[in-house]
Structure formats: structure tokens, C-alpha cells
Design a protein around this ligand. Structure first.
Ligand code: 5BU
Length: 426
């Protein structure tokens, strides 16, 4: 296999999991070229974690596989390596089964050389009396009949794995701007596209000082800051004004996760009054659909011409949540009836195919799967590619990190890369 390699000066080799791995291992040790391993499991891994081994951007990497059929496995490996900015375009395979895989890969700019093709292998076996004429002919017929293969790209793979992403999720934020007349949805789509972030940080801290300091630090990396203002021990109008200034300076919106859930008359007073006077400073609020339409009407009555919006809690991230399918449908209907105020949903799956509604997904962390108190986590990638999140909401993954800024940057990058991958799906 080494003898038929298509080029030279390879700094790395990478076997295609799994049968390519032992072959790559032998070549790596014999030729003294470092080896990379690409994981086959895709769920929940970021691109970087998909690959084990030491490498530098731009290094030339030879990809090694035992048999090529459609070329899909080879393509998946090449695609991951290229996403890591490795120069991975050359592939060696032992057997070309002649099912169009080499042509499929060539069409994607990948050079494949093989030791033998299926036809050559049959000739050799026949010459050595290892197979009879009947087998020779049936294999030849099979090869001739099975040329209709194509490479399964990640997009097709999403659909084939039964991942239900509604059509609207394949549209870019930019293109969804025209689908809404909600001024804040419009603004959020613009912020996310221009600032290249679909990250919302859940600022669950207990003092105003911590809140301001966190907002200052993560401001450049977020499109929204989510608060639970009633957690603060020292809420004051002054501090809220500082928060509003920071939101303006760094171009993010404020989402108060108040989860309004009472009759219209009560929520109207809770929204525009009391200690927190939420309508005065929060661009967005969260609302439970349980009370029915009245809750929305009550909240709208407090708006008084300001640009304000709400996000309906359709589905919760916590274990045993009672947000049934019927409830979810009810929330979608409520949203459709109040598009002037409702701009999206807090949800764990795509609950609407209307591109105007933005999906906010909490319960996102890179390291943990839960918090022991019912919270359930998925990775940013899974939230966006599998669950249809437009915005990921991350709290402790960032606030409790050793360095919240580095963590925010990481979540920003992973989430936006997953979104870009989603919208590039054909
Ligand atoms: P965490 O630290 O990333 O677990 O914080 C998640 C935040 O999102 C926290 O403020 C919750 O109140 C909020 N949240 C949630 O976790 N799950 C939900 O379904 C809803 C809100 Br709605």
C-alpha cells in the first residue's frame, strides 16, 4: 500500500476507522510517520475532539483505508481532517471494489490510489485456481450492476440518522431576518450574523458586582445575556443601568428568565412594577404557556410602545419535565397568534417550522451530563445539529469555569461552527 501512495512528504498518516487503523498503525511505525486517529462516533463530539494525536495546521496527511465502496467513510475522515486545517487530500486503499467510490472521491478533489481493483483481484484469484469461472462471472456481474453509489455527506447523514431538523433550520440567520416583523427578532438575527455568536450566557450570580463583571467579560462573545434578577441580593436601578450600557456597548440583548406564568392581570403588575420593573430594562422575558393567551395579553399591556418581546417556554431541559407534546403544540399556536410579542421558544427540539421563531436551548455543557438536581446537558454541537437550537444558553459551563472568558469564547466558537455546518447542509 505504501508503494502505491499518491504523493510524498507526508507528515502524518490517518487510518479510517476501524479496519484502516491497524494498517495505518503498521505504516506509521514502519515509515516512522506520526499517526492520527479519527473517532467514528459523531454524537456530541466537537471536530477537535474527533481526532486524537499531535498535529499542526497545514501538515500533509495521508489517509489509509482497506476497502473503498462508495467513498463515504473516506470522505468523512478527510472532511474532519480538513476542518482541522490539515492538508488531507491523498488516500491509499488496498481494494477498490469498483462501486464508483474512487470516482465519487475524485469528484470531491480527493486523490485515491489502490493496490488492486475487484476485477484485478478476481483475475489473480482465477489464475491461481482459487475461484472458478462461475464465481468470477457472478462477481463481475455484481461489480457491473452496483455502480450507483454516492458519498453520504454530513447533511444527508443528518436526515438518514433520523435527526429531525425542520427545513427552517437550514436557513441562515441573515435570510430569516425577512421572515419576521418583530423588531427584536430582527435585531437578534442581525447580532448573531454580524457578531458571529449564537451564545447566550446565563448569568446566575448573586451580586450585582459579579453580574456587571461577568457581562463586561463575556460581552464580546454573546448575543444575549440571560438573568434571574430575583437571585441578586442587591438589585438596584443603578446597576441595571450599567448592565444596559454594557449591552449597548457590546451589542447584546438582555433576557430576563422570569418565566411569567400567572393570569394576565397579575403578570401585568409583575412585569411593569414591583422591585424589579422588568419591562423597563429587559428586552426579552420568558413566559410559560400554561395560563393560556391571557398571560401574553397581560404582558403586552405593560409594554407601552417599548421594543419588547417574549420567549415561550415550550419544553424544559430538566428530567421529568411535564411539557407534553400537546402543551408544546399549544405554545406554538399561541406564538402564531401573537407574533407581535412572541419571538421564539425555549425548547429542546424544533417545535415550529416557522423561520421567524428563534429556538433557545438551555441545558448545554461541554463537560457534564447533569448537575444532580435534574438538569440534563447536551453539547453545543448536539443542541444545534440534533435538537435544532438557534441560540444555546450556557450557565455554569461558563460562570464556573476557571476562566469564564476563555470558556465563553470556546462555547461561542463551537456553537457558531455547528450552526454554520447546519446551514451548509444541502
Ligand atoms: P446551567 O448552569 O447551564 O445549567 O444554567 C441553565 C440556565 O437556563 C439556568 O439559568 C436555568 O434557569 C435556565 N433554564 C434551564 O436550564 N432549563 C430550562 O428548561 C429553562 C431554563 Br426554561
Amino acid at each position: 500500500m505504501w508503494a502505491v501512495r499518491p504523493g510524498s512528504d507526508y507528515k502524518l498518516v490517518c487510518g479510517v476507522a476501524y479496519t484502516g487503523l491497524p494498517i495505518a498503525t503498521v505504516i506509521s511505525t514502519k515509515q516512522d510517520i506520526p499517526m492520527l486517529i479519527r473517532r467514528k462516533e459523531s454524537k456530541g463530539y466537537g471536530t477537535k475532539k474527533m481526532v486524537e494525536g499531535n498535529y499542526e495546521e497545514g501538515q500533509k496527511c495521508l489517509v489509509i483505508e482497506d476497502v473503498v465502496v462508495s467513498g463515504s467513510s473516506v470522505y468523512e475522515t478527510v472532511e474532519t481532517l480538513q476542518e482541522l486545517k490539515l492538508d488531507a487530500r491523498d488516500v491509499i486503499v488496498f481494494l477498490d471494489r469498483e462501486h464508483n467510490g474512487v470516482a465519487n472521491l475524485t469528484a470531491m478533489g480527493i486523490t485515491v490510489t489502490s493496490v488492486v481493483s475487484m476485477t484485478e483481484l478476481m483475475v489473480i484469484l482465477q489464475k491461481h485456481n482459487c475461484i472458478n469461472q462461475e464465481i468470477f462471472e457472478s462477481v463481475s456481474d455484481f461489480v457491473a450492476a452496483c455502480k450507483d453509489t454516492s458519498i453520504i455527506t454530513r447533511g444527508k447523514c443528518l436526515a438518514q440518522n433520523g435527526i429531525q431538523l425542520m427545513d427552517c433550520k437550514l436557513l441562515s440567520f441573515e435570510s430569516r431576518i425577512s421572515s419576521t416583523n418583530h423588531p427584536l427578532a430582527n435585531e437578534l438575527f442581525k447580532i448573531m450574523s454580524t457578531k458571529k455568536t449564537n451564545l447566550c450566557v446565563a448569568a446566575d450570580v448573586t451580586t450585582s458586582e459579579e453580574l456587571i463583571s461577568l457581562a463586561e467579560k463575556v460581552g464580546p462573545h454573546i448575543s444575549l445575556l440571560k438573568t434571574h434578577v430575583d437571585i441578586l441580593v442587591d438589585f438596584s436601578k443603578e446597576k441595571v443601568d450599567m448592565l444596559k450600557d454594557l449591552a449597548k456597548e457590546h451589542n447584546f440583548l438582555l433576557l430576563e428568565d422570569r418565566k411569567f406564568g400567572d393570569i394576565g392581570n397579575t403578570v401585568a403588575s409583575q412585569y411593569s412594577g414591583g422591585t424589579f420593573n422588568i419591562v423597563n430594562w429587559a428586552d426579552l422575558i420568558t413566559v410559560h404557556g400554561i395560563p393560556g393567551d391571557g398571560v401574553i395579553k397581560g404582558l403586552i399591556s405593560g409594554v407601552n410602545g417599548r421594543h419588547r418581546g417574549c420567549v415561550l417556554v415550550s419544553e424544559m431541559s430538566s428530567l421529568g419535565a411535564l411539557t407534553s407534546q400537546e402543551y408544546i403544540k399549544g405554545c406554538s399556536k399561541m406564538a402564531e397568534n401573537h407574533t407581535d410579542f412572541v419571538m421564539g421558544f425555549v425548547a429542546q427540539s424544533s417545535v415550529s417550522n416557522n423561520p421567524r421563531f428563534i429556538q433557545f436551548t438551555p441545558g448545554v455543557q461541554l463537560e457534564k451530563s447533569g448537575d444532580g438536581l435534574g438538569q440534563q446537558y447536551v453539547t453545543p454541537r448536539a443542541a444545534i445539529l440534533e435538537r435544532g437550537a438557534d441560540v444555546i444558553i450556557v450557565g455554569r459551563g461558563i460562570t464556573k469555569a476557571d476562566d469564564p472568558v476563555t470558556a465563553a469564547k470556546k462555547y461561542q466558537e463551537e456553537a457558531f461552527a455547528a450552526y454554520e455546518e447546519r446551514v451548509s447542509v444541502q
